[in-house]
Design a protein around this ligand. Structure first.
Ligand SMILES: C[S@@+](CC[C@H](N)C(=O)[O-])C[C@H]1O[C@@H](n2cnc3c(N)ncnc32)[C@H](O)[C@@H]1O
Length: 227
């Protein structure tokens, strides 16, 4: 894969795919985007459900492991909150070590690099490994369209695919029907995408759809809820 390392406005890295003219993250700040779109919009409500005794552990599904940024931030957040998180991440095209080892997310978060390296070094074998006392990770290699998912399991879904203009097949109704089946009650799906047809597909799949204010540079993001 032809990939270029670039720095976003908050100092954190992203990757650029020149062949598709697509970035992995917002150029306004990869870390600030992840914090608003995934942690604040989806993880924190699940943390509240845990604190209210509604769920015994927070189960997260991520579409697109990529740079590992969402995984890393969620691992740090689980430790900070002392809330157990079981995280499953799907990825069709894992990055080579020469790419991920240059990413500056650990230093941006003022953390030693070991934990970030560990989550990348873990195999894409579908097995769950504890990374910290509060965070376990399973990485699955394959296409989200094809990977079988368990039913009624996930409280949080980070839908972090490339944009509909680049990968329209990843924003179609059958994928969201599959994610609806995989979702527990309650569940929050979040994504940076606010495209109209995608939101209709999400609603048709059974999610209750709403918008939240987006991170810097983006007016709104989309939330799909199951209560
Ligand atoms: C926008 S990037 C975000 C990745 C990651 N969440 C991050 O913060 O770096 C989208 C990711 O989805 C992956 N991807 C693309 N098509 C896929 C598919 N059909 N199934 C699973 N993953 C896919 C890409 O390789 C890429 O890593």
């Amino acid at each position: 894969m032809n990939l270029q390392l670039q720095q976003t406005e908050d100092g954190s890295h992203t990757l650029f795919l020149p062949d598709k003219n697509e970035h992995y993250h917002s150029m306004h700040g990869a870390i600030q985007e992840a914090q608003v779109v995934y942690l604040q919009a989806a993880l924190h409500p699940a943390f509240e459900a845990y604190r209210h005794g509604m769920i015994p552990v927070v189960k997260v599904l991520e579409m697109g492991f990529g740079t590992g940024l969402n995984t890393f931030l969620t691992c740090l957040e689980a430790g900070k909150a002392q809330i157990p998180v079981e995280y499953t991440s799907l990825e069709a095209y894992p990055l080579d070590k020469e790419v991920w080892e240059k990413l500056n997310y650990a230093s941006c978060m003022k953390q030693p690099a070991e934990q970030f390296h560990q989550l990348h070094l873990q195999a894409f074998d579908g097995r769950t490994y504890p990374l910290t006392p509060w965070f376990s990770l399973a990485k699955i290699h394959g296409l989200v369209q094809e990977i079988p998912l368990p039913e009624n399991l996930f409280h949080v879904i980070y839908y972090d695919a490339f944009a509909p203009s680049v990968q329209p097949e990843l924003w179609q109704l059958p994928i969201f029907q599959k994610l609806h089946q995989a979702a527990a009650k309650p569940c929050v799906l979040s994504t940076y995408c606010a495209q109209g047809q995608f939101k209709r597909n999400l609603r048709d799949a059974g999610f209750s759809v709403s918008n939240l204010p987006g991170p810097v540079g983006k007016r709104e993001i989309t939330i799909g809820r199951i209560n």
